[in-house]
Write a protein of this length. Structure first.
Length: 448
């Protein structure tokens, strides 16, 4: 213990035996207070220093911990960014029917497409060819014996027939096109008897007049023979001129249903070029395949037809596969080599396709082959061929050991391969075969 003060002439008492004197009076009290004040001040200073030292130690410790979290050695960085251990992927061997399919694109078209155009001025006195009426709109059905449009006052109508109109037909004409006209007239209610088939006689002439009258027109007269005019002048009582069917006024369609695919004719516009395009007959589908796929496709194979824009589905069968590649023209008119490896595949729908599918692009899935019965199959990625030439699959056992099984492969389809265990080998349905290795893992370190 330290003394605050010491009396003059006094010697220090023995610390072992000296006892503190009792306070006696005011002088002693003041002396004690004065001597203890500096001691308390020094104690406060020591406490402040100690608190500052402790606070600094805490801050240094926290800074060290933060630095340890953010600052890593190159070895630690490499360890943290290293790829996780590989994870083996497996799939079960299955018993299933395998189907080998070929998927390609196709176009839905009608069996016949006819372009309607004008062959020149219309009625008598017409100076130019002008569209005067349009009676068929794009997308509408077309019926036989119906006027499609009118050019300079003359009708253009549809009749049934496979031959296109290539000449004007008039009394006295004979031929297959006359016989087609006779059948067409009879089909719309104007029989041609007693004319013999293929001869334009009085019965056909009467039927032609009846058709034009039903449409609201009169047929064009047969042009007078100039040479005959010079020999025999006309008389006022001359009989009426004979009617004819002008080739520019009739469109022959092979069958129904028929529809106007596009109509470019406008009333008052010049009747030039293609005025209307008509499709007739049942809708068919045409696709194309490459050379490596052509050998897989044969007539009679089943086809699934999907219109991706509308979701409509239909089934059909392969009708034919082209033996020579189709030719495509580029902008310069030359054969495009890009299309030299494409072979046309014709598909006949199993039923009548809806008219809304006409002109649409569709996806064709052709069943090229089938195992018919269920076979033992594994994913194609499970098949491997070793240096010894053996074809094998690797089976992962429940105890995580691997077993190599030699197999013989068969047909493939839908990503699977038919397998048959070799003599003495064992592979059954449900065995887990190795199909690959997945190095991806989730944040928790578990395989995905």
């Amino acid at each position: 213990m330290c003394w605050a003060g010491r009396s003059k002439g006094m010697t220090a008492p023995d610390t072992d035996t000296q006892q503190l004197p009792a306070a006696s009076g005011k002088g002693d009290t003041e002396q004690t207070s004065e001597s203890s004040a500096p001691a308390r001040s020094a104690l406060r200073r020591r406490r402040r220093v100690l608190a500052a030292v402790c606070g600094g130690a805490v801050l240094l410790g926290a800074a060290g911990m933060a630095a340890a979290a953010w600052i890593k050695s190159p070895a630690q960085v490499a360890a943290d960014t290293a790829a996780p251990p590989a994870d083996v992927l497996t799939a079960a061997a299955e018993r299933k029917v395998l189907a080998e399919t070929v998927v390609t694109r196709g176009q839905v078209t009608a069996s016949q497409s006819v372009q309607v155009s004008s062959a020149g001025p219309g009625g008598d006195g017409a100076g130019r060819s002008v569209v005067t009426k349009v009676k068929a709109k794009a997308g509408e059905p077309v019926a036989f014996g119906r006027v499609l449009l009118e050019v300079s006052g003359r009708p253009v109508f549809a009749l049934p027939g496979a031959l296109p109109a290539y000449r004007d037909l008039k009394p006295g004409d004979d031929g297959q096109d006359v016989q087609q006209l006779q059948h067409a007239l009879a089909s719309v209610g104007h029989p041609t008897n007693p004319d013999r088939p293929g001869h334009f006689g009085a019965g056909t002439e009467r039927a032609v007049r009846g058709l034009y009258a039903a449409l609201g027109y009169t047929p064009r007269p047969v042009a007078e023979n100039k040479e005959a005019e010079g020999k025999k002048p006309p008389t006022p009582a001359a009989p009426p001129t004979h009617p004819m069917v002008a080739m520019s006024e009739v469109v022959f369609l092979n069958s129904l249903p028929a529809r106007a695919d596009s109509v470019t004719a406008e009333v008052g516009a010049e009747a030039s070029g293609v005025l209307m395009t008509i499709s007739a007959g049942d809708l068919l589908v045409s696709g194309s395949v490459g050379l490596h796929e052509k050998g897989l496709i044969h007539p009679g194979q089943k086809v699934e037809i999907l219109a991706e824009t509308t979701g409509e589905r239909a089934t059909g069968t392969v009708v034919s596969v082209a033996q020579v590649p189709k030719t495509k023209k580029n902008k310069s008119g030359e054969n495009d080599k890009a299309g030299a490896d494409e072979y046309v595949v014709k598909v006949k729908p199993g039923g009548r396709l809806p008219a809304t599918m006409a002109g649409q692009e569709v996806r064709l899935t052709i069943s090229a082959a089938s195992s018919r019965a269920k076979v033992l199959a594994v994913p194609s990625s499970a098949i491997s061929t070793g240096a010894d030439g053996r074809t094998t699959v690797t089976v992962k056992e429940p105890n995580n050991s691997n077993r190599r099984v030699e197999v013989r492969t068969g047909m493939s389809g839908d990503g699977f391969v038919e397998v048959t265990p070799a003599d003495g080998a064992r592979l059954t349905e449900g065995d887990q075969v190795v199909v690959g290795v997945d190095t991806r893992r989730s944040e928790e370190g578990q395989p995905r």
